[in-house]
Design a protein around this ligand. Sequence first.
Ligand code: BG6
Ligand code: MG
Length: 216
Amino acid sequence: MIEACIFDLDGVIVDTARYHYIAWKNIAEDLGFVFSKDDNERLKGIGRLESLNILLQIGNINLEEGEKNRLATIKNEFYLKLIEEMKPEEILPGVTNFLKDLRKNKIRIALGSASKNAPFILERTNLTTYFDAIIDGNMVSKAKPDPEVFLKGATQLGIEPTKCLVFEDAQAGIEAAINAGMHCIGIGKHENLKGADFVIPGFQEFNYDRLRSWYL
Ligand code: BG6
Ligand code: MG
């Protein structure tokens, strides 16, 4: 029986992947190479510095740590400008109703995100109060597919991993959930979410009754 739901943020609650993409594309252009939308798929769910390393690999560029940190900071400043004015309208369809439905049914709710900007985004979209625990990129030292972010969420909620259900849009996140010994539902397309218990396109047609029928 599921007692807690743990949500990834980017691509599950809000569609921030396009903003991350614009910001990384900008860095790639400055470095003199093209960064495509397909390349961007590889950065989903991955932390900021890990993302930069993949970007540099794509561009075949070697940089010192100091320069990498400088570029990661520039990327983040640009990203922050893009999300500065984010509004509740940018919450993905069905998410708020599903969170309300979970609350009504006494399911505990946590956030498990690699993003250091997660608390800011939850504030901008007025979602902070739905979460009993918020684990973000500032609180973990190991990136997904390591299970750290989800295990910390379960610990903060005081619920066993086997009773937690993770919602994820990235392959690295599905693997992190499996590594944590949790159930997981993928958001998006099957081919990018191997190993998920179920895959749904989004939360529009999803509710607690459906969840219960899947996890008796
Ligand atoms: C993840 C995103 O949620 O957070 C990644 O899917 C992003 O694309 C990562 O790189 C880190 O985010 P931030 O906001 O700390 O740079
Ligand atoms: Mg994500």
